[in-house]
Design a protein around this ligand. Structure first.
Ligand SMILES: [Zn+2]
Length: 417
């Protein structure tokens, strides 16, 4: 064996365990591995998880907060407007620098998989996409990056975008994006979804759309997406992010839509910190949280995952590309606080996200890829409490990052505790 991780705690098992790794694979998990290895990592009773999967992040826009004029009200329209001034000026070098910083942050925080959205429209044309394709190339072997061709300005309301999306797929985009709810009419939203499916089928690619990202209960593209998925036989290959309008539907209609999504095996990404900032902006008190029905989805067996989405860009001023922080927000926003609910929240950034992205050999069983985090916490609850970066981040058997826990000592008048 090349590496043995000693004294690891594993979810769902009592005691501590050793994990044996040969080349890029986990080869053994046992209470005590007698073998010797070239390298030993002492997990010291901390939890070991598979590395985090970030299934939705806008790496073409990250860190624009550093140079843009400030937001005034954080309505979706204003957030969008602020990007317009920038994307006409994107260059591959600019994107490589900003996105590279976000990838480094993500790796330090234990994420090795990023599904990155690139705006494709008449403002930036294919500049964002070319930047992220170069990023994918540059980080090959260190991070798994998927590039989504994303029509941020719509398809029908931004004529010419369908052709640009086609060109994006020819250039090598991995996933067809979509933003149907942003179209001006319901029939346009449906036509938008139709364009995306036709493209995905032509290139045999998966689909990931941002759907009904509004509090408006009249925004109803999610049910059409589910039905279209069933009719096209695309079950298991479609993801939808946000879906905030579903929270505003009446219970009868919401149940119908949730059942359709379950049948269609559509995965749902809720990125609650973004919704907390951008949604509810027209509400006078009480102000809604803006997230979709996370707990209901989970209880109905819909595959839910959760993602960083934005890092210091016009849509969200904060973020450190840390999926453990995302879990913390999710636990608060979606009322996930009991032990089984905290377990579910960690599934949302690990196993469920891997299922949405159809990542092969993901997990901690023998035969899986040796992509794992040694947390600086013995339990998931403490992971959420302290949000320390993992002590060790490993990808395909190689150590990518090591972090020391932040000090927990306290200075008092009588000295240092
Ligand atoms: Zn997004």
């Amino acid at each position: 064996m090349d590496t043995i991780i000693r004294q690891a705690r594993l979810r769902g098992r009592d005691g501590t365990w050793d994990i044996g790794i040969s080349a890029d694979r986990i080869t053994a998990v046992a209470e005590r591995l007698p073998d010797e290895a070239a390298r030993e990592v002492d997990a010291a009773g901390n939890l070991v998880l598979p590395t985090y999967v970030n299934g939705h992040i806008h790496l073409d826009k990250c860190f624009l907060q550093e140079t843009m004029r400030p937001n005034k009200d954080y309505t979706f329209g204003e957030c969008l407007e602020l990007t317009w001034e920038h994307k006409a000026r994107y260059t591959t070098e600019d994107i490589l620098e900003r996105a590279g910083r976000a990838i480094r942050e993500g790796l330090l925080n234990g994420t090795t998989v990023f599904r990155a959205f690139a705006d494709v429209d008449n403002l930036g044309k294919l500049r964002g996409l070319e930047g992220l394709l170069a990023l994918r190339e540059r980080w090959q072997g260190t991070a798994h990056i998927e590039v989504v061709a994303f029509p941020q300005e719509g398809i029908l309301r931004d004529p010419g975008t369908a052709e640009l999306l086609e060109e994006a797929m020819r250039l090598g985009a991995d996933v067809v994006g979509g933003l149907p709810w942003f179209e001006l009419l319901d029939e346009d939203a449906r036509a938008h979804i139709d364009v995306c499916f036709a493209l995905a089928k032509r290139y045999d690619k998966d689909i990931h759309m941002l759907v009904d990202d509004t509090d408006n209960p009249l925004s109803r593209s999610l049910e059409y997406l589910a039905v279209k998925t069933l009719r096209e036989g695309y079950q298991g290959r479609v993801s939808a992010s946000h879906c905030g309008a579903l929270a505003a539907y009446n219970e009868v209609h919401a149940h119908k839509v949730i059942d359709l999504l379950k049948q269609a095996n559509v995965s749902i990404s809720s990125n609650p910190h973004i919704s907390l900032v951008v949604q509810g902006r027209y509400d006078q008190e009480p102000i809604r949280r803006g997230i979709t029905r996370v707990k209901q989805f989970w209880q109905h067996g819909v595959n839910v995952f959760s993602s960083q989405d934005d890092v210091a860009d016009p849509f969200y001023p904060f973020g450190r590309n840390d999926q453990q922080e995302v879990v913390a927000y999710l636990c608060h926003t979606a009322h996930l606080a009991s032990p089984s609910e905290i377990e579910a929240a960690f599934d949302f950034v690990t196993y469920n996200a891997a299922r949405a992205l159809r990542l092969p050999d993901y997990g901690l069983e023998p035969g899986c890829r040796a992509n794992l985090n040694v947390l600086a916490a013995p339990t998931l609850r403490e992971g959420v409490r302290f949000q320390q970066p993992p002590r060790v981040v490993m990808r395909e058997g190689k150590v990518l990052a090591r972090s020391r826990p932040r000090s927990t000592s306290c200075i008092t008048r009588s000295g240092c505790l």
